[in-house]
Design a protein around this ligand. Sequence first.
Ligand code: SF4
Ligand code: ZN
Length: 314
Amino acid sequence: MRASTNSCTICRRRQVFFFRPYSGQRLCRNCFTESIEAKTRATIAKYRMFSYNDRVAVAVSGGKDSLSLLAILAKIEEVKPKSALIAVTVDEGIKGYRDEALRIAKKSCEKLKIEHRVISYKELFGLTLDELVERKKRKANSKLTACAYCGVLRRRALNEAALRVGATKIATAHTLDDEVQTVLMNIFRGDLARLAKEKPVTDYVHPRLVQKVKPFCEIPERESALYAYINNIPFQATPCPYASEALRNDMRNMLNSMELKHPGTKFAVSSSIARLQPAIEKTLAKADFGECAQCGEPASSEICKVCEMTREFA
Ligand code: SF4
Ligand code: ZN
C-alpha cells in the first residue's frame, strides 16, 4: 500500500510537517527530530570525533545551534555515560546582548544537569569587546571589524576555558551553512592556509591547543533552528549588535539563493572542499607551532595574534 503524499516519508503514518528539498523527504515532527539526532550521531562516528575517555567542552553561546547541539549531546551522553560533558560560554562583554544569552545558557544547562562555566574577555584580556570597540573608534588606522578581533579573542578564550576544565575536545555548533560560508570567504580572500584548516575535526598541532570538533557540520542551519523550535529549546534570537561582517552576509545570501534554485548546493560545496583539502595542504609550507614570546601560548609566529591585538589597545 502506498503512503499518501500527506504522510511522512519515513514512518508513513504521521502528517508531513517539513519538506527537505535536497533529499526529497517529507517528514513528520518526530521523524524530523530523530533525523537530526541520527545525523549528529552519524557525523560524530564518521569523523571519529570522540574517543572513549574524552571530556568534552561544548561551546554554548545561548543561540539556537549551540543549545540544540548541547541537548543532542546530552542525549548521546546518556547512551555513553563514560564520556563527560561540560558547557562553556565566552562572555565577550557586549552590553544588552551577552547578558541575556548567558541567562538562557545557564538555565538550559541546569535543565540538562550539565555543569556550566563562563570565561570573560575582561578577565583574560583586561577589556570587554565593548571597550575594545570604543578604543578602536579612536584609532584612525584600525581597519579590522569588531568580529575580526572577537574571532581571535574567542578562539583563545574557548581554548583557555577548555584547558581549565580539563577538556580533551571542544565541540562547537558550526552548521553546514557556517562551514560553507567560511569556505567561500577563504576562497574570496585567497586565504588557502585557512581553507586547508577548516575541518570537522581540527588537526592536533600543539599540546596546549585543544582539538575542536563540529558535530553539526552536515546539518543545515535552518534545520538546527527548527530542531530547537519544535523541541521547545529556548534560545536567544536577537543578533549581536556588531554582527555586520559584510563578506559573510554576502556569502550567506548567495548560498541561500543558490540552494533555493539548486537544492544540495551547500552539501556539494562542502564535499568538494573536503576532497580538495589534502591537495591544498600539500601546496602549503607546514606552519611550525611554537610559543608566543610574550604570553607563552601556542603561536605560529613570534608574537601571537592575541598579543598583537591587545597590544594595539593597551
Ligand atoms: Fe563577536 Fe562578531 Fe559574533 Fe558579535 S557577531 S559575538 S562581535 S564574532
Ligand atoms: Zn601571545
